[in-house]
Ligand binder design. Sequence first.
Ligand code: ATP
Length: 323
Amino acid sequence: MSAPPLLAVEGMSLDFRTRDGRVKALDGISFEVQRGEILGIVGESGSGKSVSAYAIMDLLDDNAELGAARLDFAGADLLAGDRSALRGMRGREISMIFQSPRTALNPIRPVGKQIEDVLVRHGPVPRRQAKEKAIAALRKVRIPDPERRYDAYPFELSGGMCQRVMIAMALACEPMLLIADEPTTGLDVTTQAVILDLVRDLVDHSRMAAILITHDLGLAGEYCDRVVVMHAGHVVETAPVADLLARPAHPYSARLIAATPSSASSVDGLASIPGNLPNLLRDDLPLCRFRERCDRAIARCDSDPLPATEVAPGHLVRCWRPL
Ligand SMILES: Nc1ncnc2c1ncn2[C@@H]1O[C@H](COP(=O)(O)OP(=O)(O)OP(=O)(O)O)[C@@H](O)[C@H]1O
């Protein structure tokens, strides 16, 4: 028997009510995060990666309508019970880091104090012990000379240092799950490697698991254990990363891989995948949202709900005609 997952998302759907109609941003997505792993979520811009994370964090805009068969975290049912208590639990146990760390940090407060604020807000840490813990958090993310950097303002630090401060803040309360949404966008390749090596190291040597949201399949290949491929609000494939890269089963995944010639490239603005994501405002969205871009489609794709087929252990694909 395998251990229960840390996070289980099952049949999650999300619509946004807008003036133009309903945006069907997620449609019955399912995935799990196991303890001790980094799960990659990859896909083009607009595929629903970020809103999936916001749904887990309960950070959706007011125009959102969320439904799910199951949303469990660390044994707690996030769909049932007291919403504010669950929010508190999520705030402590799930941390999220975003791109553009500079804009996420308060520009007029020293970074060390900002870490202290998080510690005092979420943990049972008295103010007088918070400084020591904040410096320890800076040291943990390998910021050189943390005692001095504690007093620095964000503008005095490089982008990479700011992202490390964000990670220090995210990790200060020792969350069980770190969600990193494009955490290295805009950083140079060396800094990117430092940040992601750090996340990998923390996952390998503490109780924390992570979700890495990225456009960059090369990056996912390097740092993730398993990958979820999203297309237009569907999870089309889930697999151990090496298996996905060697034997993609969904035609979309295969195109993503073919369009990612080296680990340095990203799937951002993919010119080589013909067609666009379908307009998620449409009322007559096809059963398979990749249908109009697919050269393997058969009549059944238009008539029958997509099956979920296990093509290898832990390797699932939602397609009537996988590769
Ligand atoms: N508040 C909102 N109101 C209406 N539509 C929204 C809202 N937030 C997100 N969406 C839509 O939901 C879909 C999924 O967006 P999401 O940001 O999750 O994509 P993504 O895969 O993370 O892309 P990116 O990599 O560009 O961030 C998009 O079509 C987006 O326009």
